[in-house]
Write a protein that binds this ligand. Sequence first.
Ligand SMILES: Cc1cc2nc3c(=O)[nH]c(=O)nc-3n(C[C@H](O)[C@H](O)[C@H](O)COP(=O)(O)OP(=O)(O)OC[C@H]3O[C@@H](n4cnc5c(N)ncnc54)[C@H](O)[C@@H]3O)c2cc1C
Length: 369
Amino acid sequence: MKRPERVAVIGVGILGACVGWNLSRQGVRVVFIDAGRPGESVTNWSFSWVNASNKTARRSYFDLNVAGMAAYRELARTIGPDSWWHPSGHLRWADDAAAETTLLKTAELLTGWDYRVEVCTGAEVRRRLEPALTLPDEVLVVFYPDEAWVHGRHLVGHLVGRAVASGAELRSGTAVRDIGTGADGSVRTVALSDGSCLDVDAVVNAAGPRASHVAGFVARDLPMRHEPGAVTRISCAQVPVRRAMHAPHIEIRPDGDASVVLHSREIDALIDTGEEPAELARLLHESARHVVPELGNSRITETRISNRPIPADGFPSVGAVLSVPGYYEAVTHSGITLGPIIGRLLASEIASGKREAMLADFRPERFSL
Ligand SMILES: Cc1cc2nc3c(=O)[nH]c(=O)nc-3n(C[C@H](O)[C@H](O)[C@H](O)COP(=O)(O)OP(=O)(O)OC[C@H]3O[C@@H](n4cnc5c(N)ncnc54)[C@H](O)[C@@H]3O)c2cc1C
């Protein structure tokens, strides 16, 4: 496939922003298209933890996530860290013996894979890292110093802003409602809900949880999971935590100077029982107060339930779909961690036509019949 001149990036969350910014840096004309506003979908309602410690199921997936962490450090050097990059490490501990054994086994495995891990006691954590926590003095806490959290919406704003300043177009508030192909089956146009139709040489499907709907425009079946998650923001006069953490039953991270984000897989399990978002938020807040009592003075500001964009086998779907020349996918869970590396690799594939070895296990064609 020859180098495309004009590429439509469909969906401007972290994935679309990273692919589009990288394409634009390589001189490709990019048009970003978002049905809503850039960065305001799942990317803004994520726990947003940049990590590889939770990705040990397959070595190639772990390696991709480690590359994702390195890509963030490089991105921060390239565009400046501003308000989006928070490389403060991650804490994790358990409150039962079986979970603690699993945690320590994982820590050992990761050490063997050259991933930086420190095991501390609760007392040390309070003294060195997080004075506001109530964890027991003797509990073992795993600290991953190279992990981070990211303000996804701010990062998307920076990347899209830079790309637009160097010539990219942004169409927000209008959805792609069809992709047109020529007689040879290759991508030619995108039709938008505002009635316009754009001539393009290629499209990147970065529509997050709506990716299988967009894939349907080129008659492609992209099977995806249903795995909703609830995230709550609470506002506080002073943020009492300095980094992201997995405490027992609750995940907590700062979200800037006056806000904290809460999430819990245990609470996510209640979503499909029909529990109201306000009740999910109350439960999250209650759990968080057990770990950080100062959060008792905070106020719940907003809660959002989003569906994680997860291809059916749990792994990313990234790259060209060879049966539809000019159609590419960038669809993944852990998209906060993976956005910058997938953006860089996929943009390079689109511009050069050469396949990147690191994406070999994550090709879209594994879902083709
Ligand atoms: C509760 C929860 C916790 C998470 N925690 C983490 C974590 O700690 N670490 C991590 O790495 N990942 C985490 N994730 C996953 C991560 O947030 C996502 O993988 C990532 O944000 C997906 O980004 P995206 O750009 O693919 O999707 P989105 O941010 O959803 O962006 C997709 C965009 O596409 C647009 N769109 C959709 N259809 C169309 C259309 N037809 N035309 C035009 N535009 C369209 C939407 O408006 C949207 O803006 C979490 C997710 C959830 C739900």
